[in-house]
Design a protein around this ligand. Structure first.
Ligand SMILES: Cc1cc2nc3c(=O)[nH]c(=O)nc-3n(C[C@H](O)[C@H](O)[C@H](O)COP(=O)(O)OP(=O)(O)OC[C@H]3O[C@@H](n4cnc5c(N)ncnc54)[C@H](O)[C@@H]3O)c2cc1C
Length: 272
């Protein structure tokens, strides 16, 4: 087989596919909207399961590299009540090791022949030409024609409409992300509350979830079941005011939990 495969999106899905094809001697090109591998932070930790993520990395011949990225102990899970009481605490490994998404993406990128990923190529639309061939158009101008097209361009895929009318919808809940750095030294109460892995402190319609990343970084996702209009009423351009506003939804909760919001070392970021 010598068909050249065209993949849209250099996320984990597109890159794993490109790598597995490469291992089998099948060339591919990945078109990615972002300007470079460093264009944006890649998010937090991913648990990689025995039944899907790990076999995919095995097929890609990258198991050893993946094992080197695993942050030991991050599978620990802890559930706290609003007042900080520990309700559940389990630090056993359950076969779902945690890695930083950005490091996993870097491993995949480094495993591909130079030039496989074309950065700064945002797909604006695709058109069926018949016989399985497609024309891919780019926002910056230009097109390519391919005889095998794969859409791996995430939730807002420009390729999916070829197969489905389904469109992403707001499900009524958003995350607000914060980070505390060097937490064991600078934010010890919050660090102690989170422990060695994941923390969940949940209530109807709201919750604080946090994860210990590398080097004492605590990455928090504050979940709120509110409308997009409600979030539009929070001024995220004023970091301090936004943190206070979001934290006020957790009035009366233990200070070591609300500290994950109010002591953030970064501006709170809304993730609808
Ligand atoms: C908060 C959170 C936590 C998660 N935790 C886990 C976890 O612990 N374990 C786990 O297995 N999964 C987890 N997931 C799910 C995981 O992130 C997704 O399953 C995975 O990212 C999907 O990969 P993908 O390659 O399909 O899409 P994406 O990772 O979304 O990548 C899509 C790529 O396509 C690019 N792109 C988008 N539009 C275009 C365009 N028009 N033209 C060109 N390129 C484009 C994007 O820039 C991006 O690089 C989590 C998700 C979230 C949001």
């Amino acid at each position: 087989m010598n068909t050249h495969v065209t993949i849209i999106g250099a996320g984990l899905g597109g890159l794993v596919l490109a790598r597995v094809l490469h291992v089998h001697g099948i060339p591919s090109t990945v078109y990615e909207a972002e300007a470079s591998p460093a264009a944006r932070a890649q998010g937090g930790m991913l648990d990689i399961h025995e039944d899907n993520g790990q076999p995919a990395l095995e097929a890609a011949g990258l198991t050893d590299g993946f094992r080197d990225l695993v942050l030991e102990g991050r599978e620990a899970t802890r559930i706290l009540a609003r007042d900080g009481t520990v309700l559940f605490d389990d630090d056993s490994a359950r076969g779902r090791p945690e890695v930083l998404r950005g490091e996993l993406r870097r491993l995949l990128l480094d495993s591909l022949p130079a030039g496989t990923v074309r950065w700064g190529h945002k797909v604006s639309g695709v058109r069926a030409l018949g016989g399985g061939r497609h024309e891919v158009g780019f926002a910056g101008g230009g097109t390519v024609v391919t005889s095998l097209l794969v859409g791996a361009d995430g939730a807002w895929s420009r390729v999916r409409p070829l197969l489905s009318d389904a469109a992403p919808e707001y499900i009524g809940r958003s995350f607000v992300e914060t980070y505390l750095y060097d937490a064991d030294t600078r934010h010890p109460a919050a660090a102690k509350a989170v422990g060695g892995g994941s923390l969940f402190a949940l209530a109807p319609g709201k919750g604080i979830q946090a994860h210990r990343e590398s080097g004492g970084t605590l990455h928090t996702y504050v979940a709120l079941s509110e409308s997009q209009d409600w979030f539009a009423g929070v001024d995220f351009t004023d970091a301090d005011a936004a943190a206070v506003r979001i934290a006020s939804e957790f009035d009366g909760w233990a200070p070591e939990l609300t500290a994950l919001i109010t002591e953030s070392d970064t501006a709170p970021v809304l993730r609808p």
